[in-house]
Write a protein that binds this ligand. Structure first.
Ligand code: ADP
Ligand code: ZN
Ligand code: ZN
Length: 658
């Protein structure tokens, strides 16, 4: 139909679920209008950068109301067709606005409209000087063969304890991928992307490697992204957001420590990089390796259903022995800021024997709350009624639930009593206590607060690897994949937060932590001991875990999940509503409850139409924010002015579908 105008459907970064319709720019050659190119468009009184999604002759608006786009920025699509499909899937599965989903996948400079055609991208340095490459063990060889003889999509769960040689398997597999002139995308936990990891890859391969992590400058990030897109980088190593990196010739995706919670993005576009990785591998028709010493229950369930293939590395390489477990019954024991007498004695013993000790407490800050001893008042967050955590360096109150902050309160707002005290123990307080008990031993704390600054984590790891601190205190962060050859004692101060939490994944997470921590103790010739403090020493899951190991525990827990109809046996959505006015919250939630009652839950354990379609992390959180301009409290998610105009008619109060 020659007379019908061409309509461009364009995604703009906005809180809207739909895309925006424009006419083609004046004098624009139709061939330049390829989905995936960026387009400059007028929006309100400003110009915005958008991504072209599709071109046709349809629009629901009056043609006379449409404005022409201003210009096409890219000569070829920035986002290849398959990646665009993946982004569509992500937008749909996580109920997140399409524009915001696309823009999450783009480096900042590209979001801002930076042209790429005449950028000169320096190739990363190549150094290749690994002296000896170990000969694979029989188990490793079996895994390598299984993966490299696969053609097409197949997820593998590489299940092997820490130090069993999983990384060595990745390296061998990647070697073959490179020989086929294809690319390998390797995702690691945030904390796992250390210079040691990168060096290990660089020393092995004489090919350019692109690194993508959160501490790059905008320019470095753009370069790494373009190296991947152009195919110049044969290996791409990154943290969760690297799952959206365009690849010219994808050959394999590898996720190391696939159970790690940092693969979930918990704000903005909420997604599980592990699940998106599986979907991407399926789309690209390539294998994917999910490696872990403690695979997630979702992945183990997929193994049971024969969606994923399990490859097992049962032994540690070298001489490392398995540590012994000790439960410390906290009932009727004196404790000093969460440390029992028994534990203190054992720490002393290991320190005098020249061991290094690791102490885990999954609670950062000084103390989890501030209490008035006169009237019982506790410091609660005004925004969300969680308790406010006390931080000492610097001094302030911080809600770890919603992020709100408040200056330290000196006087009880209820009874004016002036001696408010911290209640409970966080890592800062633990550090203070341990340095008082063991003043002669250097001590290091690793948590989100001590690693926030650029390079802080790398510097800390260097200090630790030089064996400087004898006592290491940390949150979960400390448990991940690092090699601490001198650690002989590892302690978990509070197993009960995991055992008694209302989060159905808490037991899984504490079991993973305990198993990973055990993997940290006694790696070299020194045997290790693990201490677990609990008020529930008879807890059956805890006993099963330490007596029979993670897999027995995982089996039991999967059965419990099935009985309770929890993921991965059912889909799960968490709804969170937020508004200044309580009634609006309840009214909204009630409406949703009534609406969902009409839809029976689809059941992932029923045979799927496509037997090879994996059961995804159905408990993944995704966010749908519908914001009422008047009720908006959080300036970070406040809609832009243009958007506000369009939202005026929106009657839904601020809410989040998680
Ligand atoms: P994981 O990734 O499972 O923690 P790694 O691949 O890092 O394990 O291996 C742990 C250590 O054992 C590394 O120092 C590695 O070089 C070494 N290693 C791995 N495979 C072998 C092997 N087949 N023979 C000897 N040493 C090995
Ligand atoms: Zn009081
Ligand atoms: Zn809060």
């Amino acid at each position: 139909m020659p007379n019908k105008p061409t309509i461009l459907h364009i995604a703009l970064q906005s809180p809207f679920y739909h895309c925006f319709d424009y006419l083609a720019p004046a004098n624009c050659a139709p061939a330049t209008l390829q989905p995936g190119v960026r387009v400059k468009v007028p929006f309100g009184t400003k110009e915005r950068i958008g991504v072209l999604l599709s071109v046709d002759h349809k629009t629901e608006l009056a043609i006379s109301k449409l404005k022409p786009a201003l210009a096409v920025i890219d000569k070829e699509p920035l986002l290849p067709e398959k990646l665009l499909q993946l982004i569509h899937w992500t937008h749909d599965y996580y109920h997140h606005p399409i524009g915001d989903t696309i823009f999450t996948a783009l480096p900042k400079l590209l979001r801002e409209g930076r042209e790429v055609d005449d950028l000169v991208i320096p190739l990363p340095p190549i150094n290749n000087d690994e002296a000896t490459i170990p000969t694979p063990t029989t188990h490793q060889q079996k895994a390598i063969d299984a993966i490299t003889t696969t053609s097409g999509f197949q997820p593998f769960v590489l299940d092997g304890v820490t130090g069993s040689g999983k990384t060595e398997v990745y390296l061998r597999v990647i070697e073959q991928i490179i020989q086929q002139k294809k690319q390998a995308l390797v995702l690691v936990p945030e904390i796992g992307l250390t210079p040691q990891t990168v060096t290990r890859f660089q020393n092995r391969f004489s090919v350019p490697i692109a690194i993508l992590h959160s501490q790059l400058t905008d320019k470095e990030r753009l370069h790494a992204w373009l190296l991947a897109k152009s195919g110049a980088a044969a290996i791409i190593i990154g943290t969760r957001s690297a799952i959206f990196t365009p690849l010219k010739t994808p050959g394999i995706i590898i996720l190391d420590e696939e159970h790690d919670q940092s693969f979930k993005q918990q704000s903005g576009l909420r997604y599980s990089a592990r699940d998106i990785a599986v979907v991407r591998a399926k789309q690209e028709n390539i294998p994917i390796i999910l490696g872990s010493a403690t695979p997630s229950l979702e992945s183990l369930y997929n193994v049971k259903r024969k969606n994923y293939l399990r490859l097992h590395l049962p032994e540690r390489t070298g001489t490392a022995t398995h540590p012994t477990f000790n439960l410390i019954d906290l009932r009727n024991q004196k404790s000093h800021a969460g440390l029992s007498e028994t534990l203190i004695q054992n720490i002393r013993k290991h320190l005098t024997n020249n061991g290094q000790v690791l102490i885990f407490l999954n609670r950062r800050g000084y103390a989890p709350t501030l209490i008035c001893h006169s009237c019982g008042w506790v410091a609660e967050c005004k925004r969300c009624d969680a308790r406010m955590t006390i931080h000492q360096q610097p001094k302030y109150l911080h809600c770890h639930h919603c992020g709100a902050t408040h200056p330290v309160i000196k006087k009880c707002p209820q009874c004016s009593y002036e001696q408010l005290s911290p209640l409970g123990t966080g890592t800062e307080r633990l550090e203070e206590t341990l340095s008082t008990i063991f003043p002669d031993y250097p001590l290091t704390r690793m948590d989100r607060d001590t690693t926030r600054k650029k390079n802080a984590l790398h510097d800390l790891l260097k200090v630790i690897n030089n064996n400087e601190p004898r006592i290491l205190i940390g949150t979960q962060m400390l448990a991940k994949g690092h090699h601490f050859p001198n650690v002989t004692l590892a302690a978990i101060l509070d197993a009960d937060t995991g055992l008694l939490s209302s989060d159905f994944r808490a037991t899984e997470n504490i079991a993973q932590l305990i198993t990973q921590v055990a993997g940290r103790a006694g790696r070299a010739e020194k045997p290790g001991e693990v201490f677990i403090q609990t008020y529930n020493p008879q807890h059956p899951l805890l006993l099963q875990l330490i007596e029979h190991g993670y897999h027995k525990f995982a089996n039991t827990t999967l059965k419990e999940r099935q009985a309770a109809q929890l993921p991965p046996f059912a889909y799960f959505a968490l709804l969170r509503a937020e508004a200044k006015n309580k009634d609006a919250v309840f009214e909204f939630l009630e409406t949703i409850k009534n609406a969902t009652a009409r839809h029976p839950t689809p059941h992932p354990s029923h045979p799927a139409p496509n037997p090879r379609h994996p059961v995804l992390d159905t408990g993944s959180t995704s966010t749908r924010s519908v914001q009422h301009p008047k009720n908006t409290m959080d300036s970070a998610v406040k809609p832009r002015n243009d958007a506000e105009q369009l939202l005026k008619n929106n009657t839904v109060s601020e809410s989040q579908l998680l």
